[in-house]
Design a protein around this ligand. Structure first.
Ligand code: CA
Ligand code: ZN
Length: 301
């Protein structure tokens, strides 16, 4: 029977010093309840910016201590199921997101979820793409706010982090100290306005420790393919590092030279933007599954 972790057990920064709220064995399935990124403080379109406690933003439920995880290992997180709440919220405001320099006041818009769609208005019923905005482990050094992404994961706002995908994290602290939050009912690449359709949720994951392999940045696999996910001060740097990480990962799995693998990546790989609105920017490099199948690439075997 999977343990359920309640959302009141939440952190605002990923840190080695966080006290675990639950210990689980490698291979355990856990059900994690999450607040939305505003800790459910926005309840109507009239919510004023001043009524929000901005110290209670981007809570992640956890941290969960995974037994046997040691620095240098990998934590595998399989996203088994995402169950969304009944209502989400979109927000914009001055100095927030790409348009923040042209917007004069904070605005919130409640978005009901009905019949598998997010209801923007009478004309626009948005297809859902439920995804996890904040997910990760304790970082190597100083604590990192749950609003910032990095090598440890965190606020990557990457729409591929969804049901059915498995995401791998480098472990920096004993027990990994895994946490997640900031679910979106739908979000486009870039998250340009500064929010997805922010929503409380319940997420079921399977956590497993992998020994004998290591990673520098998060790596994701799904039915569609493989993605390296990198966050950096600029999108250029994030996008280029994501390409190099993919090439370094695939090289030992193929009989290709560096030149020929680079040619292949140029022909079939996709440089994609995850988000351009957080304190570091996140890009990914995606390789379709059929390329992995051709070389029978098995991750971390
Ligand atoms: Ca986010
Ligand atoms: Zn969010």
């Amino acid at each position: 029977m999977a343990e359920t972790i309640e959302c009141k057990n939440s952190i605002y920064a990923f840190s080695k010093d966080n006290e675990p709220i639950q210990k689980v064995g490698s291979g355990a399935q856990v059900i994690i309840e999450t607040y939305d990124c505003f800790q459910n403080q926005i309840t109507s379109n009239d919510t004023e910016i001043n009524s929000i406690d901005w110290n209670q933003i981007n809570p992640a439920t956890g941290p969960i201590y995974v037994e046997s995880a040691q620095p240098g290992d990998i934590l595998s997180v399989k996203i088994d199921k995402i169950e969304l709440g009944q209502e989400g919220v979109l927000t914009v405001g001055p100095d927030l997101g790409v348009m923040g320099h042209r917007l004069e006041k904070f605005e919130a818009k409640m978005i009901p979820i009905q019949n598998g769609k997010a209801i923007f208005n009478d004309k626009l019923h948005i297809p859902l793409n439920p995804m996890i905005g904040v997910i990760g482990v304790a970082p190597e050094g100083e604590p990192v706010s749950c609003g910032t992404p990095g090598a440890h994961g965190g606020n990557m706002d990457t729409k591929l982090i969804t049901e059915g995908a498995t995401i791998y994290f480098p472990v920096f602290a004993e027990g990994a100290l895994f946490a997640l939050g900031d679910l979106h009912a739908a979000m486009g690449d870039g998250e340009v306005g500064v929010s997805g359709i922010e929503i409380p949720a319940k997420v079921t994951v399977t956590l497993e420790v992998i020994k004998g392999h290591s990673l520098k940045n998060p790596l994701l696999i799904s039915e569609e393919g493989l993605a390296t996910i990198v966050s950096a001060p600029t999108l250029d740097e994030a996008a280029k590092t994501a390409v190099e990480e993919m090439i370094d990962f695939l090289l030992p799995h193929t009989d290709l030279t560096l030149s020929h693998l680079t040619m292949l990546m140029s022909a079939v790989g996709q440089s994609q933007i995850s988000q351009i609105v957080d304190p570091l920017l996140t890009a990914r490099f995606f390789v379709p599954k059929w390329v992995l199948d051709a070389y029978k690439v098995e991750l971390f075997k």
